[in-house]
Design a protein around this ligand. Structure first.
Ligand code: R5P
Length: 224
């Protein structure tokens, strides 16, 4: 898809030799990882950390150096996709189930560059059901608490089985409808015992690059 590819490729311009780079997950991040691999072949000298097993495998296959997070103090730039981007550059992420590792990377990145095609732009978040990672223990009780916040939680199923995240947890997709206060909801959900993390990324993006099917991109730098 052209829009995803050009947004991803524009983001790779943030990457310079000597940097530690966070690799996102998903079909848009896929293009960024491919572009990074091209630049590594041309002599770009970087190390990367991955937000999922899938991205780690792809990076290694393409010859990108991947190091464990245990050896890292800080990430210079992370590049990642999103399921929704609102007018204030808050995000819903986790459509691929990688939200926990993605949020850890984003939280430790000097720059968090979000890449998305135009279809991901919304005025207010919430049309895309919010992914929430929960521990399997007593998951039915955790679902009740999520429901009490005003959503319809559905445990994610993949290929006929309960989807298990890279961290051994369940993902629950929570249809809230329009989310009035994303920052407050992000905190409320994370205060529920049993919740590991949720896919609301509020106030985290330092740049957002939107790709359009007409071949253009729009980059917004966010000062916080
Ligand atoms: O868990 C997955 C991630 O948050 C993805 O970055 C997000 O779902 C967007 O994925 P895609 O670029 O495939 O639309």
């Amino acid at each position: 898809m052209l829009a995803k590819k050009i947004a991803a490729e524009a983001a790779v311009e943030f990457v310079q030799s000597g940097m530690t780079v966070g690799l996102g997950t998903g079909s848009t991040a896929y293009y960024a990882i491919h572009k990074i691999a091209e630049r590594v072949k041309e002599g770009l000298h970087i190390r990367t950390v991955a937000s999922s097993r899938q991205s780690e495998e792809l990076a290694l296959q393409l010859g990108i150096p991947v190091v464990p997070l245990s050896g890292i103090q800080e990430i210079d730039v992370s590049i990642d996709g999103a399921d929704e981007v609102d007018a204030n550059y808050n995000l819903i992420k986790g459509g691929g189930g990688a939200l926990l590792r993605e949020k850890i990377l984003a939280a430790h990145s000097k720059q968090f560059v979000v890449i998305a095609d135009e279809s991901k732009q919304v005025d207010r978040l919430g049309k895309f059901p919010l992914p929430v990672e929960i521990v399997p223990f007593a998951f039915n009780l955790t679902l009740l608490k999520l429901k009490a916040l005003g959503c319809e939680p559905v445990v994610r199923i993949a290929d006929g089985n309960t989807f298990i995240s890279d961290n051994g947890n369940y993902i629950v997709d929570c249809a809230f409808g329009t989310i009035e206060d994303p920052a407050a909801l992000e905190q409320q959900i994370n205060a529920i015992p049993g919740v590991v993390e949720n896919g609301l990324f509020t106030g985290m993006a330092s740049a957002v690059i939107i790709g359009y099917e007409d071949g253009t991109t729009r980059r917004t730098d966010i000062t916080r």
